[in-house]
Design a protein around this ligand. Structure first.
Ligand code: ZN
Length: 483
């Protein structure tokens, strides 16, 4: 497969340290709040990437951290601890907050068909390993103690800015408005590995260390967790584009300095979800969560479908109208699949292979998911029996995870129920969207019409119209739909 690599700024052939095996790491959520749908976009695209690699024959080991300590509200060691902010907001303990939002995150993932990684590690569960790594960096001269904290010394690196050609001054902590510069830092980009002294004395989670009682910085957890579960050579590191700096840059600094060799050659960054007003972010109070979409009547998988329709390296514009269009298209696709007849013959293996190759080519070109979705429509058009079409759709959906066959089967069963009800009511057929209460009213109207009670028939039609139901009298009977 060809994948864009943020570290080289080029699309290049995907390679692995051990042939056939992918060591994959994904930055997980900071569990102080619900993930917003922009965060979830990243996890959806990373899930598709993982599943495509597996579908393509790789053995994948995917690891994810859960940040439950050390992530400050500014990514560069300034601001307050996000977990403390959450605990204070909700009058709960930090660990209660962490558990609640970790569960909420995986519940969202389940609704979006995002697979749980092979290893999930909360940061608070690995403190002794963090301490070992920080000590190792001190021993090798890549870190220093100042004002009670341990800092990584970025002046010891030959190259610090991996992902972008930043202007040092632009990035310097302290120049941004309202941010107080940490006087202990020798260089502006240095970052904290271990805090014992910080602005907030009431840090709830503290551990003993050779440098005093304190807690780890945010970046060290990902280096350490990856080292434990992925080993010394990582093949693919994923995250949202806003993690590229400083988080990923600092992970590289720590890991390579500690290990003494190159660490991860390939970096996959998912771009932002934006609204017409700007980037979606929790701090600006404009963040939508998955539950809100559900409350507004959207299927979480319609949101997944919406994300798949665009490329992960482009900003995706979220509007309700765009989501409406995606949900409409998703439902239509399910309806077309439901109209196929399973078991109408043998699967044509040659056709299946041809479609697999087309899909492999599309997705293997920097994970072009919109062409991946197009392949689903192509499957419906191939010259083959329905069983073959269903086999292709099922195969491609192992990667896209839109529950296509399950939803189509459910719709088929629902449609059959409607037909079964209609068949037993005096030769009157009612076809609709599978709502028994509406079916019953439409049937009553048809019966009134048959008995030439037009006033009653009109009354029922008006009643349904008020509920947004439209009835068409066709040669096959009454067909209703929501408009
Ligand atoms: Zn990370």
């Amino acid at each position: 497969m060809y994948l864009y690599n943020s570290a080289t700024r080029k699309k290049q052939e995907f390679t692995t340290h051990i042939p056939g095996r992918v060591e994959m790491y994904t930055c997980g959520p900071t569990v102080y709040h619900f993930a917003h749908i922009g965060n979830l976009r990243s996890y959806i695209m990373e899930d598709v990437l993982e599943k495509f690699l597996r579908w393509d024959g790789y053995d994948v080991n995917r690891v994810m951290n859960i940040t439950d300590v050390g992530h400050l509200s500014g990514d560069s060691d300034e601001g307050e601890d996000k977990m403390l902010l959450g605990a204070r907001r909700e009058h709960k303990s930090v660990m209660e907050i962490a558990q609640y939002y970790t569960d909420a995150f995986f519940a969202d993932c389940a609704k979006l068909n995002i697979k749980t990684p092979d290893a999930v590690q909360p940061a608070t569960g690995l403190i002794p390993e963090f301490i070992t790594m920080v000590q190792g960096l001190l021993d090798k001269g890549y870190a220093y103690v100042a004002g009670g904290n341990v800092y990584f010394d970025t002046s010891k690196l030959t190259r610090y800015h991996i992902f972008f050609d930043h202007d040092e001054e632009d990035l310097a902590v302290g120049v941004r408005e309202g941010v107080e510069e940490d006087q202990n830092k020798r260089n502006k980009n240095d970052f904290v590995l271990w805090f014992t002294k910080s602005k907030f004395e009431d840090q709830a989670l503290k551990w003993d260390s050779p440098w005093g009682v304190g807690y780890p910085g945010w970046h060290i957890e990902c280096s350490c967790i990856s080292l434990k579960y992925n080993g010394e050579y990582l093949d693919l590191h994923c995250g949202g584009i806003d993690n590229a700096f400083p988080h990923h840059t600092n992970e590289i600094a720590q890991s390579e300095s500690y290990l003494g060799h190159p660490w991860c050659p390939q970096w996959f960054h998912v771009h932002h979800l934006v609204t017409p007003e700007g980037k979606m972010s929790k701090s600006k109070g404009k963040a939508l969560i998955l539950t809100t979409l559900e409350e507004e009547g959207y299927d979480p998988l319609a949101y997944r479908f919406f994300c798949l329709q665009s490329h992960y390296r482009k900003a995706l514009v979220f509007t309700w109208e765009n989501l409406d269009n995606a949900q409409g298209a998703y439902h239509k696709l399910i309806a077309r699949i439901a109209a196929l007849a399973p078991g109408d013959g043998e699967v044509d293996q040659a056709v299946l292979q041809t479609q697999r190759e087309k899909f492999r080519k599309a997705m293997g070109n920097d994970l072009n998911t919109s062409l991946g979705v197009t392949a689903l429509y192509d499957a419906l058009k191939v010259k083959a029996n329905d069983e073959t079409k269903l086999a292709i759709l099922g195969d491609l959906d192992k990667v896209l995870s839109l529950s296509l066959l399950e939803k189509a089967a459910a719709k088929r069963a629902e449609d059959a129920k409607v037909k079964a009800v209609a068949a037993t009511t005096g030769g009157i057929t009612v076809t609709g969207e599978g709502d028994p209460a509406i079916d019953a009213l439409v049937l009553q109207r048809a019966q009134a019409k048959k008995a030439k009670n037009f006033a009653e028939a009109d009354r029922i039609r008006d009643e349904l119209k008020a509920q947004g139901i439209e009835i068409a009298d066709t040669k096959d009977g009454a067909v209703w739909k929501r408009v």
